[in-house]
Design a protein around this ligand. Structure first.
Ligand SMILES: [Mn+2]
Length: 159
């Protein structure tokens, strides 16, 4: 199973289209918020389930702020992250996800890609496809693979 994880497109969906065309087919797309009213447009661009949460710039949306989903043997906590002070540390988010029985937490908001394993949980941020802020400022996303043994693997990818 392959999952495309993106975030913080902020209404500019050209890079998302490029990435999706590059990686498709995938089994799911996760978007961690700040779609800025384009969730229907994004969902229409893909041929698989599109699972999104609302970010701090999604004012008029029916998207949930947080979601928990099951993927294989994993329970996954998805949120934008701004309520967990993720600009400072991912610790609060990791603790909340673990308290919910999740072994993977995915978030956005910082516009900086990161994969943190350990602490009994995998914490992922795909960065931003539209306004990257990490050194080099390349638009980024994460590809998640669940192999035949059911184990998850993650890769930060760049446009
Ligand atoms: Mn943002």
């Amino acid at each position: 199973m392959r999952i495309l994880i993106v975030s913080d497109t902020h209404g500019h969906n050209g890079n998302f289209q490029t990435v999706y065309d590059r990686v498709k087919p995938v089994d799911m797309v996760w978007h961690l918020g700040d779609l800025e009213g384009t969730e229907d447009e994004l969902e229409a661009m893909v041929d698989c389930p599109f699972i999104a949460v609302a970010g701090n710039n999604d004012f008029f949306t029916e998207l949930p702020r947080e979601r928990e989903i099951e993927v294989g043997k994993y329970r996954v906590f998805l949120c934008h992250g701004h309520y967990y002070r993720v600009s400072m540390t991912s610790r609060l988010l990791a603790d909340e996800a673990k308290a919910r029985g999740c072994s993977i937490a995915v978030y956005g908001h910082t516009h900086r890609p990161v994969i943190e394993r350990g602490r009994g949980i995998d914490v992922l941020n795909p960065g931003s496809l539209s306004y990257p802020r990490q050194d080099g400022r390349r638009p980024s996303y994460i590809m998640m693979d669940i192999d035949r043994e059911g184990e998850a693997h993650y890769t930060i990818c760049y446009l």
